[in-house]
Write a protein that binds this ligand. Structure first.
Ligand SMILES: [Zn+2]
Length: 455
């Protein structure tokens, strides 16, 4: 049996809030953790010819599971792709991504579509990749087959999605889909904005002002959508439902009521809602546009509070890139620009930069970005923890290193991100997938091959 040993004096183990010395024994062929010792084993006690990964005083953390990523391949591979997207993920300590059903062509709304997607991902992925399916009007007969084919759940939109091939659903579509899925081992994810604008409203005059955009997607859109979802949940209580990318803190009371009533509702928010604020987005800065929008600083603080008290369950990237032209950077046309923010590679550093100022521990951050997200996608028996029997997915992390985000440092395809120019705290030094190096900050990807699996 070929063995890899990973050790360090600051390791985050599952049932602990503190970093502690540990030695992790990995079986090289399977990439599984076979033993965890809560101490540093002396090197002369180790068997000969083992591969030793010694993190020294750097921190060893479980790899992140990013449950919300748009890789856009095939069909919009000029926006992103499995190769570049998963490299970017690996550079930020993410070892599993779950790809959204839309923005690729075809979208993942039938088993045939899923096969197309899996075929194009094959051999290109640096991280493990799993897939969400989609619910659109008319694809009800494909839902059960998609569950059987292995999608981790389904995403739908209550407002136009931005791409023609993934239309939004109405209440009747939802009732049909929920009655089909209610006894399946799956969950239903909602883009929770519901357009409540009356048609008589004035056309916005200033297309470059961020506040114009903010007013066009008010808190009421999220409150209305989440109220509809929780109302439907009472009819189909066995089906777990999930709110993707919550932005509005004003929707938190509806969520708290639903959770207190015992509804199976979970909620994610994104790095950008926790790190950026509307007040700091200048006129014409289209690269900070996403839907729902980034709101005011006071809203951001309430999202942090909701994460801390468990109303919001976890944090994902919603990495949603596009080509430069669609961001309308030169015109500064925020209203006309594609809505989506590119984040892969930066999430953990972004969150640590903000969280460490708020006295939040690394263990708490990993709970939000790895443990809980793994559970959400049904991978909690093999991902998200440094524990015997789990995949040896881990990162070596320097919590004190500071760096400036530059375009050159971004690994995703289109180097457009609102984080360029920011100084962040905490840096991924190395990322390992099933015991194999998939990213090294110093040597980059020179020695690395895409070894990710499709889960
Ligand atoms: Zn998304």
């Amino acid at each position: 049996m070929s063995i890899i040993i990973c050790c360090g004096s600051q390791v985050l183990l599952p049932d602990s809030n503190i970093l502690q010395p540990a030695t992790i024994i990995i079986e090289a062929n399977s990439g599984k953790i076979v033993e965890v010792h809560r101490q540093l084993l002396s090197e002369d006690l180790l068997p000969p010819h083992v591969q030793l990964i010694n993190a020294g005083t750097k921190v060893i953390l479980p790899g992140l599971v990013d449950a919300h990523v748009h890789l856009n391949e095939p069909g919009r591979t000029d926006w992103e792709g499995f190769y570049t997207g998963t490299r970017a993920a690996a550079s930020g300590g993410v070892t599993t991504v779950v790809d959204m059903p839309l923005n690729s062509i075809p979208p993942t709304v039938t088993v045939a579509d899923l096969s197309v997607k899996r075929a194009s991902a094959q051999g290109q992925c640096f991280t493990d990749v799993a897939f969400w399916g989609g619910v659109i009007p008319g694809n009800q007969s494909h839902l059960k087959p998609l569950v059987e084919a292995g999608v981790k759940g389904f995403k739908c939109f209550l407002i136009e999605s931005g791409v023609d091939e993934f239309p939004c659903v109405d209440e009747n579509d939802l009732k049909e889909a929920m009655s089909i899925l209610e006894n399946e081992p799956t969950n239903l994810l909602f883009h929770a904005e519901l357009d409540s604008h009356s048609t008589s409203e004035d056309k916005p005059s200033d297309l470059t002002s961020y506040s114009t955009f903010l007013h066009s997607r008010p808190d009421n859109f999220e409150i209305g959508a989440i109220s509809l979802i929780t109302r439907l949940q009472k009819k189909y209580p066995s089906l777990p439902c999930h709110i993707v990318h919550l932005s509005s803190s004003k929707a938190l009371p509806v969520i708290r009521d639903a959770k207190n009533a015992g509804l199976k509702l979970s909620v994610e928010t994104c790095f950008h809602y926790l790190c950026l604020t509307a007040e700091n987005i200048p006129r014409g800065k289209t690269i900070a546009k996403c839907c729902p929008p980034i709101r005011e600083a006071s809203n951001r603080e309430l999202l942090w509070d909701a994460l801390k008290d468990g109303t919001v369950d976890f944090v994902v990237s919603d990495h949603s890139p596009c080509v430069q032209e669609l961001k309308r950077i030169d015109e500064g046309d925020i209203m006309g620009a594609w809505g989506g923010i590119s984040t892969l590679g930066l999430g953990l550093s972004l969150l640590w930069t903000e969280a460490s100022q708020r006295g939040i521990s690394l263990a708490q951050i990993i709970d939000w970005t790895s443990v809980k997200t793994a559970k959400h996608v049904g991978l909690h028996e093999r991902k998200g923890k440094l524990q015997t029997g789990y995949d040896a997915d881990f990162i070596i992390w320097d919590p004190d290193a500071e760096f400036n985000v530059t375009e050159d440092s971004l690994e995703f395809k289109n180097k457009i991100s609102p984080y360029v120019g920011l100084k962040l705290r905490g840096r991924v030094e190395k990322t390992f997938l099933r015991g194999s190096l998939i990213y090294d900050r110093v040597s980059g990807f020179d020695v690395v091959e895409p070894k990710g699996e499709l889960l």
